[in-house]
Write a protein that binds this ligand. Structure first.
Ligand code: ADP
Ligand code: MG
Length: 637
């Protein structure tokens, strides 16, 4: 509540509540969700009042599919892991909700071996949906735990295995499901208002999830897992959250489908429907809710036309034989065509609110003007605090990339880590930041050993980094890139205001709404540093931040780094292979060669060290072979 308007006090309270429930940065998404729900609602009203019975059935299937596609997209789109397993949750939801809504008398006939509490249960459809959501949510939590530890296609295959397992369980649990026989006697409790209610819930949840910190962080991991971890994102937890929420919505879709069909068997919840739902998602665009809604609508229309073509008199009238499986064929061709022309689906990453309200442009420029100055976590370096890497060793298949390297970084100082290409500088940063676990040694952050811990924990303990080969989240905006870092640090506060302040600190606030991957090289470097700074680290490690910059850009960057150190009392570890550049800026310098520390000291000491001259500068400036060279290289081997 820092905006200038002075509403009456009752309004203040209401505004405060709205701010908490729906922070400014998620408001366009809320509008976007409503913009998607509105046409669906209109269609529903038309269907309920004007459509004939067979069109009404199509509309109902469309609404149920919509929930399923949006739910699957919530997981697959945000995590980047295509799930083949979600229809399994539909199956569980269908059977469970049906058992809950059937009358005890009916159950006594068709399912005589049900446990008492299920045999006696008898509730309405919406209540059954709520119970089903809770039960399936818990089920998803258990099975999601191992799946969420996997990445990429390994995770996708695991979801496929999950589908097969659920299918087998449904067939095997004869007392509950009648096995592979048809489960019948479910009351057709479905109605348009119920469908619309749950469609609205699904779209709203999915659209807001994407913008909430959990969705934002998950999307960053989809773009670049390594960088997300280095920002402090607990990828496992975020994936699991998406898995559970999407499973709950999927279960609702299953419950509604059951009460639409009245009778079904486990094969309804297997490959054919998985394929249809994924086709809708992929064609519309897996990464956006808008894509999910549009894909469902488009595919429903095309499949309905194909089905009529298949069954109707059109083909024979044209002298063509009936083509069986035309709907499946249409789906397959549709996927091929879309993948060929637009690999991200028709809507790609775009959401309808990006068009309706612009990509948060006005909003950002307003807050830019009022952005509070970036507040460092701790300006005064507390005594006893330091980042200490002791005896770090790292082997890569026989290669000793690091052989007992130690260094210390205190808040407020700039330490240079230099050495020729391949000397182990990046590996040292990787070992400290947890990107690559070291084989030996300790990494002490303010007295606590974090060696070998996951990167996100080390990040949250106060160590930030940039990457030699820039690892921005390319398909997210610059602002979102920074918001991820603020969010993942877990300290709360206004994501957007803090992100803008960090951007302003690096003089790149004007880039906030640009796609990160579209920036010029020097801009990307600055944004990456801003992203690391937004974590409010105590220690910041930059891997060749000036690489690829011209000398003017480099000088400007060096000035910025100095300013950052002075303002925030950061400990800055600067990897560079330009010796002169490091000499200007650093309080101390550590020199690596072939995985070993060959010198350390003040810039002057290092500059005069003959071993350094030989191993490092000597190669370019002195053509003659130095007598000490061989002993230096062999040291420690
Ligand atoms: P620098 O950053 O000083 O140029 P690096 O730390 O990138 O050097 O590399 C040090 C050595 O370790 C090099 O010989 C490099 O080939 C090797 N190395 C680095 N990362 C890996 C890896 N992931 N797998 C195998 N070898 C690696
Ligand atoms: Mg390197």
């Amino acid at each position: 509540m820092t905006n200038g308007s002075k509403p009456r006090s009752g309004r203040v309270e209401i505004n405060r509540i709205v701010d908490v429930l729906l922070p400014a940065r998620t408001r366009p998404a809320f509008g976007g969700a409503l913009a998607l729900i509105a046409p669906v609602a209109l269609l529903t009203v038309l269907a309920a009042t004007l459509f004939g019975a067979s069109e009404q059935r199509i509309a109902m299937v469309f609404l149920i599919n919509l929930i399923a596609v949006v739910a699957n997209g919530l997981y697959s789109g945000n995590s980047g892991i295509m799930s083949f397993g979600h229809v399994g949750f539909m199956g569980v939801g269908a059977y469970l909700s049906s058992i809950l809504t059937m009358t005890p008398e009916k159950k006594a006939m068709t399912l005589p071996n049900l446990p008492d509490f299920l045999a006696a249960a008898h509730m309405g459809l919406n209540e059954a949906c709520l119970v089903t959501i809770v039960v399936v949510g818990l089920f998803a939590l258990v099975v999601g735990a191992p799946i969420s530890r996997l990445t990429g296609s390994a995770a996708s295959i695991a979801t496929l295995a999950f589908l097969v397992i659920v299918h087998s369980i449904l067939i095997g649990s004869k007392d509950f499901t009648r096995g592979s026989q048809t489960f019948f006697g479910v009351e057709r409790l479905i109605s348009f208002p119920t469908l619309l209610l749950w469609v609205g819930v699904a779209i709203l949840v999915a659209r807001l999830f994407r913008e909430m910190p959990v969705g934002l962080e998950l999307r960053s991991a989809r773009e670049d897992e390594l960088a997300a971890g280095a920002m402090g994102v607990n990828i496992f937890q975020r994936r699991l959250a998406a898995w559970v929420v999407s499973a709950m919505l999927m279960a609702v879709a299953g419950a509604l489908l059951a009460h639409f069909l009245g009778a079904f068997s486990p094969k309804k919840f297997f490959f054919v429907d998985t394929f249809a739902i994924l086709a809708m998602l992929i064609i519309g665009g897996i990464a956006s809710v808008t894509g999910a809604v549009a894909g469902t609508a488009l595919v429903t229309v095309v499949m309905e036309l194909a089905r009529r073509l298949e069954e109707g008199p059109i083909l024979p009238a044209l002298g063509l034989p009936q083509v069986f499986g035309l709907t499946q064929l249409a789906l397959g061709l549709g996927i091929l065509a879309v993948m060929y022309s637009r690999p991200g689906g028709i809507f790609g990453l775009a959401e309808i609110d990006h068009w309706l309200f612009g990509r948060r442009n006005d909003d950002a420029s307003n807050s830019e003007a009022t952005a509070a100055p970036f507040q460092p976590e701790s300006v005064a370096p507390a005594s006893g605090r330091e980042l200490q890497a002791v005896d770090i060793a790292k082997n890569f298949a026989g290669l000793r990339a690091l052989d007992g390297v130690s260094l210390t970084l205190r808040p407020g100082e700039i330490v240079g880590l230099i050495g020729p290409n391949g000397s182990g500088k990046t590996t040292m940063l990787n070992a400290i930041s947890g990107a690559v676990p070291p084989n030996g040694g300790r990494v002490m952050i303010d007295g606590t050993d974090v060696a070998g811990q996951p990167a996100y924990r080390i990040a949250r303990a106060g160590v930030a980094r940039s990457f030699q080969n820039i690892r921005l989240f390319k398909d997210m905006t610059v602002l979102e890139n920074i918001e991820v870092a603020v969010s993942a640090s877990g300290r709360g506060g206004d994501l957007r205001a803090e992100a803008l302040a960090a951007l302003a600190e690096l003089d790149v606030a004007h880039l906030a709404q640009r796609r990160a991957g579209a920036l010029a090289y020097g801009e990307q470097r600055r944004v990456e540093i801003a992203r690391a700074l937004a974590m409010k680290p105590r220690y910041l490690m930059l891997d060749e931040p000036a690489a690829g910059m011209n000398s003017a850009e480099t000088q400007a960057l060096m000035g910025l780094l100095r300013r950052m150190r002075d303002r925030h009392g950061l400990g800055l570890l600067l990897v560079e292979h330009h010796l002169e550049l490091v000499m200007q800026l650093c309080d101390r310098i550590v020199v690596l060669n072939k995985g070993q520390m060959i010198a350390s000291g003040t810039p002057d000491e290092v500059r005069r060290d003959p071993v350094v001259i030989e191993a490092y500068i000597g190669r370019s400036h002195e053509k003659t072979h130095h007598p000490d060279a061989t002993t230096t290289e062999r040291r420690g081997s």
